[in-house]
Ligand binder design. Structure first.
Ligand code: SF4
Ligand code: SF4
Length: 352
């Protein structure tokens, strides 16, 4: 217990220091595998599988580089990151240094309980309270039942699990019910927004969102109302993890077709693929390798790319918007505080 507390405090101190350092990126999403056992209708990943991936040692070496670069948060996603045989080892390594989130479609996490005890968030994707609708979206029968059971198991085990519905036209009118349902059980929610790739760059790193008419949000007024309702709900419901600032930005997007942020890809955040290639976001061609970051991060090439990305308005992937909005060192610290349960140990002490 003493060891755990000491290592927690060490991590809290290091997270706080990195959060407050100016000119450093905050967040990296690492898609450590392209393997996926689901067939989601709005996704390209399972259609474009690639069995090649980095070794365990290469990923650990990449994580060391990210830590030195100042990254605070790591998200492991894929495909399904838990399909990698070394998932437990990678999680253990990453969670010693980073605020670590692992994504799962609900099929794997219950079999990886011990490994997941170390992470700061396990994000389980559930898109509806209607089992048949959820299974239709995921392309796999029984996926709803499995995901709900997984959330319950993780919650019971004391693992910090969040439900992450992807908001689309198919579930737009039930997002509030989904929010009520899980938050009443003490389970927080983070939302994704259905988005698809507009092929900004013919050589984009990889494709995620597949254009699908069923999902495209046509009822913009309902989306505005949803943002308003969530902003109100958030005042009393601390299980809604999305920030008010993000909800307001989303509201402006749907109410006035106005983007109230400029994109901070390759500045506040970037993405790494299963081969270790990095890009500001997945919609652009890769800009180099994670292993070259110490040399390239402050290069002219990267600065030029940052300028291009700042003018780009080609996507509405919510996590990219989120990390574009929340980029200041103080904002980073608040985020780290909000998102990492153990950081409170240190931060609260300092506030007294
Ligand atoms: S959305 Fe995620 S779970 Fe679904 S097919 Fe794509 S990668 Fe797999
Ligand atoms: S807005 Fe930003 S995240 Fe979206 S495609 Fe453009 S550069 Fe990428």
């Amino acid at each position: 217990m003493t060891y755990y507390l000491n290592s927690s405090l060490k991590k809290a101190a290091s997270v706080a220091a990195r959060s407050l350092t100016i000119g450093k990126p905050h967040h990296a999403q690492w898609l450590i595998t392209r393997k996926c056992n689901y067939r989601c209708r709005g996704c390209n990943v399972w259609r474009e599988q690639d069995l090649k991936e980095l070794s365990t040692e290469e990923i650990k070496r990449g994580l060391d580089i990210l830590r030195k670069l100042g990254i605070v948060e790591i998200v492991f996603s894929g495909g399904n990151p838990l399909l990698r045989d070394d998932a437990a080892e990678l999680i253990d390594y990453a969670s010693r240094f980073f605020v670590t989130t692992v994504y799962d479609n609900g099929s794997m996490a219950a079999s990886k309980i011990e490994a997941l005890r170390k992470v700061d968030f396990v994000a389980i994707s559930i898109d509806s309270l209607d089992a048949a609708k959820n299974d239709y979206i995921k392309g796999v029968d029984g996926s709803w039942k499995k995901a709900v059971e997984t959330v319950e198991t993780l919650h019971k085990e004391g693992i910090k699990v969040a439900v992450t519905p992807t908001i689309s036209q198919l579930n737009l009118y039930e997002i509030l019910d989904i929010t009520d349902h899980f938050s009443q059980k003490g389970i927080p929610l983070w939302y994704c927004l259905y988005s698809f790739d507009l092929s900004v760059d013919a050589n984009q790193l990889f494709r995620i969102g597949k254009a699908n008419d069923e999902f495209i949000i046509r009822d913009k007024q309902a989306m505005v109302k949803l943002c308003d309702a969530l902003i109100e709900m958030k005042k009393k419901n601390d299980k809604i993890l999305m920030t008010t600032r993000l909800l307001k930005a989303l509201r402006s997007l749907y109410a006035e077709d106005k983007r109230t942020w400029s994109c901070r890809a390759l500045q506040n955040f970037f993405i790494i693929d299963h081969l270790g290639r990095i890009a500001g976001c997945h919609s652009h061609n890769f800009a180099g390798s994670v292993f070259d970051l110490p040399k390239t991060w402050n290069s002219e090439k990267f600065n030029a790319l940052r300028k291009t990305y700042r003018k780009c308005s080609q996507c509405t992937y919510l996590c990219y918007i989120f990390y574009s909005l929340h980029g200041s060192p103080y904002g980073n610290l608040l985020l780290a505080k909000d998102q990492w349960k153990n950081a409170r140990l240190l931060l609260n002490k300092n506030e007294r």
